[in-house]
Design a protein around this ligand. Structure first.
Ligand code: ADP
Length: 286
């Protein structure tokens, strides 16, 4: 079973400054770091490190060859990543002040111009998983195609948009949301959603999975760790949970592995670069 992940690829540019610049002000950064980000790339890396067979469906501008190299080093198949030379690779300019407060500018670039053929990936079929978030175009088309092909669709509704959710939901098998996204979803659509399963992560409170067909639900507490950077925790959890389902784990087993992976991930700086691998997670759970 393969996970096809239709998702964003971003380069995170992180600048640390004493204070965030005010309008009209120019400031020198104290440090600069570049990292791999984008919810799509993060989830691909998480699922691949979890041991899943992952094909990333996405797009970038020209150059930035370290990005697909880093994805490939994590075990992600990158040959379906389209290169769109006239567009910028998606990126985030992240300013962090001394107190840890941040301001972020996002540019979707190539992520929002995925070529239509990526919605119909060769090979996607029964038993496979189409994973998606809300940082690219083509979600509804890809989900419709995947369901017709007999695949399961896992949709991470972030960044949250009720319009995007309404469009894609009829084709979604499992909806993955954090606590705030869950509240917004229930407020707009009620709790009786037309999906098979609902994954809700609640930060340090843990996570739950509801099987909406059988009515069964499982709660997984978070593991107690010293968190230093929770960026990408939800992506780590979702990627690991998808990988668990792809290898046939039961929901409680997939939840436990995902919670352990996310606990390790928040103890490290970075997003995509901080995803733990299977050996680390199994050692943590010993
Ligand atoms: P998001 O990043 O999408 O907002 P959450 O904050 O809900 O996602 O975090 C996802 C998962 O990561 C949680 O369900 C939990 O398992 C793990 N996690 C997040 N924060 C912590 C923390 N401080 N300690 C341990 N685990 C955490």
């Amino acid at each position: 079973m393969t996970i096809y992940n239709l998702g964003s690829i971003n380069i995170d540019h992180v600048y640390r400054l004493p204070a965030l610049p005010r309008p009209g002000e120019t400031l020198h950064a104290q440090s600069y770091a570049q990292g791999l980000g984008g919810k799509g790339a993060n989830q691909s890396v998480a699922a691949a490190r979890a041991g899943a067979d992952v094909i990333h469906l996405g797009a970038m501008g020209a150059g930035d060859d370290w990005v697909p190299r880093r994805l490939a080093a994590a075990g992600v198949q990158t040959s379906a990543i389209a290169r769109l030379p006239g567009l910028a690779t998606g990126h985030a300019i992240i300013l962090v002040d001394a107190a840890g407060e941040n301001s972020i500018v996002l540019h979707g670039g190539a992520n929002l111009a995925l070529p239509a053929e990526l919605a119909r990936p060769a090979g996607l079929g029964r038993g496979d998983i189409l994973l998606m978030q809300n940082e690219t175009n083509l979600q509804a088309e890809a989900a419709l195609h995947a369901r017709r092909a007999g695949a399961r669709v896992i949709y991470s509704a972030a960044p949250f948009s009720i319009a995007a959710l309404r469009e894609v939901l009829p084709h979604v098998s499992i909806l993955a949301v954090n606590e705030i996204e869950a509240r917004d979803t229930f407020a707009a659509l009620g709790e009786d959603l037309p999906v098979e399963g609902l994954l809700i992560t609640r930060g340090a409170e843990g996570a739950e999975f509801r099987d909406l067909r059988s009515g069964q639900a499982w709660h997984q507490p978070a593991f107690a760790v010293q968190a230093v950077d929770t960026t990408g925790a939800g992506d780590c959890f979702t990627g690991w949970f998808a990988a668990g389902l792809a290898r046939g784990e039961t929901p409680p087993d997939a939840l436990r592995h995902a919670a352990a992976a996310a606990a390790l991930q928040v103890t490290r700086k970075g997003a995509g670069d901080a995803m733990p691998d299977r050996a680390e997670v199994l050692a943590f759970l010993k």
